[in-house]
Design a binder for this molecule. Structure first.
Ligand code: FES
Length: 572
């Protein structure tokens, strides 16, 4: 085992390492020949969604000890969606580097990855894919359901809805305070099929979590039992040399895309899956998402695309039940962390609640939960979550109302003089990966107050930004290339005619070529105030949305680059 280089090799090399274990009260002889299991814990007081990971880490340790391993927990950077500004996405790659390099530098034979809030899940999986040590993931689970005026509250989704109600003058100050008090009623991740639950569901689909664990509620005792089982399993995985490279295959990513579509999951998953696949030198072009979307039914009736919340999803059978429903579309031979195939894992699964996980023959939609758009406005692609959009706007022509950046948007969106009507197309520029930097979730541009007051609840919105996985509406996202990278979205002007046609996957700026050329010649990149540090590194190396927004130097393009370089172990 790898850890033997630290603890079991020649004495002059191992003395200090063994002594370091003793200084923590651990006798290395008690663990001779046993695997060292790292527990990468993204718990933080700065991340409310990951608040239960400390208790789960203790349960993981129990499992590791029961199975004959040595658990060593370590902290990592945590990415909390609520507090981190401008976006936790700015730091996803930093967290991936943090986890990968900690694995690389230390005496670790296998790792348990403790995640929950949105970006913590893909960041850890990107690290595991690159490090390629035996790895298994465990999430903190979705939070309990709170109620406001007798109605269950869906995290995020209902906040957007109630915010619109408030701007329309239909919620009082006192009620708004009441909503704040009950909105986030406990530990855990958002209880909708937002980015957090989408990504943990996809981790389970990829084969990186124990089956049935992604959707267990945060406070359910079964989650602690799952943590102990996860701890036991990673020790076995080290003995079996079961590494991510055997699990994270091209067909596993196809399965994950199918699951994303059947779930009606978050658009953010598109970016994360591409980034994770890139770490294993697997190409996932946007066209693959669109191809699979045309033949994958949308089955899961959860907010924001549907009506229900994660507690019902878990009771209905969770991820395994969804996969069982589309099993003929999946590659069932893929190996998973159980040591068995995906097909074996889901052999007994079925839906126990057809209102939540629909029968294959009675889907919420035959296909197309997500669609990939192209056209002169997005030559490298853009995404729309059709399952959460308005059917009547799927084919639309309208005049652009342009916001040059987020500050401009905030300053003018609620201005009664804004020249906007129900047919307008709202365009937000300079909100992409390099532009901010960090690719924030500003793409679900609020419907202008004057339209809300007139009873308009949705308009077409287009940006080079992302949106929260809990959001909804006719929102075109991830336009690539972004404005800050010279994309045509940066050349759109007020009054330009834009055509959106989801059925033909078209997004077009309807102006003539000579005018476009004139604007291109006049375009100048905006100066950035980020001249140093991590934001500078990010701007210089982040890839565009269609490539997953990883750093160019973190993707692998050859088998040689996939080699996990061992450190030289000796006395310091
Ligand atoms: Fe953390 Fe939704 S804000 S999971």
């Amino acid at each position: 085992m790898r850890s033997q280089q630290w603890f079991g090799a020649r004495e002059e090399q191992t003395f200090q390492n063994r002594s370091a274990l003793r200084s923590m009260g651990l006798n290395p002889d008690d663990f001779a020949g046993k695997p060292v299991i790292g527990i990468a814990n993204s718990w933080s007081d700065l991340n409310n969604c990951n608040a239960n990971l400390r208790e789960l880490a203790e349960a993981v340790k129990r499992g590791v000890l029961l199975e004959g391993g040595l658990p060593l927990e370590f902290p990592t950077i945590s990415l909390g969606e609520e507090f981190m500004k401008p976006s936790a996405m700015l730091y996803r790659n930093l967290m991936a580097m943090d986890v990968e390099e900690t694995l690389r530098a230390n005496p670790i034979d296998g790792v348990v990855l403790l995640c929950n809030c949105d970006k913590t899940t893909p960041a850890q999986l990107m690290a595991a894919a690159s490090a390629d040590l035996p790895a298994i993931q465990l999430n903190g689970g979705p939070r309990a359901i709170s109620h406001f005026h007798g109605e269950p509250i869906g995290s995020g989704t209902d906040l957007w809805r109630y915010s619109d109600e408030r701007r329309a003058g239909r919620i009082s100050d006192a009620d708004w305070k009441d909503l704040e008090a009950c909105y986030g009623c406990g530990v855990g991740a958002c209880n909708t099929m937002g980015t957090a639950s989408t990504m943990t569901s996809l981790s389970e689909t990829l084969g990186m979590m124990l089956p049935g664990t992604a959707s267990i509620p945060a406070t359910d005792a079964r989650r602690m039992q799952a943590a102990t089982a996860t701890g036991r399993r990673i020790v076995q995985m080290v003995h079996e040399d079961l590494r991510p490279s055997k699990i994270l295959t091209a067909s596993a990513f196809d399965n994950a895309i199918r699951a994303l579509l059947a779930l009606g999951g978050s658009t953010n998953a598109v970016v994360h899956l591409i980034a994770m696949a890139g770490r294993r030198n697997i190409s996932l072009p946007l066209s693959r998402f669109d191809e699979l979307a045309r033949t994958t039914p949308f089955l899961v009736n959860l907010m924001p695309s549907g009506q229900h919340l994660m507690d019902r999803f878990h009771a209905a059978g969770g991820v395994s039940a969804v996969l069982a429903e589309i099993c003929d579309l999946l590659c069932l031979n893929n190996l998973t962390v159980t040591g068995r195939t995906l097909g074996e894992n889901i052999a007994r699964a079925r839906s126990f609640d057809r209102e939540v996980i629909r029968l294959r023959e009675q889907p919420l939609a035959e296909n197309g939960a997500l669609a990939v758009l192209t056209g002169n406005l997005a030559p490298r692609g853009a995404i729309i979550k059709a399952s959460a959009a308005s059917a009547k706007l799927m084919q639309h022509r309208g005049r652009a109302v342009v916001f040059h950046d987020y500050e401009d948007l905030l300053a003018r969106i609620n201005d009664p003089a804004l020249p906007v009507d129900a047919d307008s197309v709202l365009v937000l520029q300079n909100a992409g990966p390099k532009g901010v930097p960090g690719f924030p979730e500003w793409g679900s541009i609020p419907v202008p107050t004057k339209l809300l007051q007139a009873g308009v609840t949705d308009v077409v919105r287009i940006s080079d930004s992302r949106m929260s996985g809990t959001a909804f509406g006719t929102v075109v996202l991830h336009v690539a290339p972004e404005a800050a990278d010279g994309g045509l979205i940066g050349l759109v002007q007020d009054g330009d005619m834009i055509e959106l046609d989801v059925a033909s996957r078209r997004l077009q700026l309807l102006i003539d070529d000579s005018e476009l050329s004139r604007r291109r010649v006049a375009w100048q990149p905006r100066p950035t105030k980020h001249l140093r540090g991590y934001p500078r590194l990010y701007i210089d190396h982040v890839l565009q949305a269609d490539e997953g927004c990883d750093f160019d130097f973190l993707r692998s393009s050859s088998d040689a680059e996939l080699e996990f370089v061992q450190p030289v172990v000796g006395r310091s």
